[in-house]
Ligand binder design. Structure first.
Ligand code: ZN
Length: 137
């Protein structure tokens, strides 16, 4: 599967970023995927789940953002930015032609998981001390 190789490269990049920023673990990854990359989001997610074990991103969540491509109707010339392939113009039903779009996968965000929250705060919340911002007004 095409996406396995793409995701392997993405995870290599994540590992590099994590090393550069001294992140022990990665909590969140955002991948921007061009509509024309040929990579299906579900397959990328599947590849991520297959590959992440044992990496710095083992517990990370993956978010995939589709970068839309630009289409133009060949009849009425209306232009559309679409995050999925469509073939019929929404205005006149004419045939859409692809104009431009990204074929790339871009690693947009890598968020490390910081140190655990201050234990006293976490404990207080669990104990119900913070019932809301106006609890004592
Ligand atoms: Zn049209």
């Amino acid at each position: 599967m095409h996406e396995i190789g793409l995701m392997q490269s993405a995870l290599d990049a994540v590992a590099r970023v994590a090393r550069e920023h001294n992140l022990e673990r990665v909590g969140r990854i955002v991948l921007r995927v061009g509509l024309l990359s040929g990579a299906a989001p579900e397959a990328l997610q599947f590849a991520f789940d297959a590959l992440r074990a044992g990496t710095v991103a083992a517990d990370a969540t993956l978010e995939i953002e589709i970068v839309p491509a630009r289409f133009q109707c060949q009849i009425c010339k209306a232009e559309f930015e679409l995050a999925q392939f469509e073939f019929d113009c929404a205005q006149c039903g004419g045939q859409l032609a692809l104009r431009s779009g990204s074929t790339e996968l871009v690693l947009a965000t890598v968020e490390g998981e910081g140190p655990a929250e201050p234990p006293n705060l976490a404990g207080a919340e669990q104990a119900g001390v913070f019932t809301g911002p106006h609890a004592h007004s």
